[in-house]
Design a protein around this ligand. Structure first.
Ligand SMILES: [Mg+2]
Length: 186
């Protein structure tokens, strides 16, 4: 079995936090309380989120590492954060259209789920900005790479894109060695 990469969208390649802060009238990204008001977060909102400054570099790195056919974009529909079930189609269409616009090469494997942990396996690596998502994934036997952001436990490394990418590159390199040297797991 070859390793697979589950690549998160919001907070990793899509700048959701910045888009949402603008949506509610604040100028900058940062931590958010998860009792957010989803009024007006429609299909156009999801489609028009800007890529993160590191998006191109992260996508290039994971493609080089795993191969284009071993990557699935894995993203939440945020019902556990109060997003209304009856508007999931807007979230889904908006995210798919966002992906087609910015990274059409990744559209083949697209996973929209409320439960990323359910996709965990010993040969999969989740690249995500949420400590909780990584912890749940690892608890289910998967592997995790946390992208430093101001809202997670690697916030000291989130000050600049170069700091963020230094962590991502080093972690991916470590995981490459791990996957190469532990064939017994597969
Ligand atoms: Mg995320």
């Amino acid at each position: 079995m070859k390793p697979k990469c589950l690549l998160d969208m919001d907070g990793v390649i899509a700048n959701w936090h910045l888009a949402f802060h603008r949506h509610i009238g604040l100028g900058t990204a940062g931590t958010l309380p998860y009792t957010v008001n989803w009024d007006g977060v429609d299909q156009a909102f999801w489609e028009n989120i800007e890529p993160t400054p590191e998006a191109n570099d992260i996508v290039e790195l994971v493609i080089n590492q795993f191969g284009i056919d071993r990557i699935a974009v894995c993203t939440l529909y945020p019902v556990k954060h109060g997003y209304p079930w009856e508007r999931i189609h807007e979230c889904y269409l908006g995210k798919v259209n966002w992906l087609k616009k910015h990274f059409p090469e990744l559209i083949t494997h697209f996973c929209l789920t409320p439960s990323k942990w359910f996709t965990a396996s010993p040969w999969s690596l989740l690249v995500d900005d949420s400590d909780d998502n990584i912890d749940e994934f690892v608890e289910e036997g998967g592997n995790g790479l946390l992208v430093p952001r101001p809202w997670n436990s690697l916030s000291p490394n989130s000050g600049s894109s170069s700091e963020v990418m230094a962590v991502v590159k080093e972690s991916l390199s470590d995981w490459a060695i791990y996957f190469r040297d532990t064939p017994w797991r597969f």
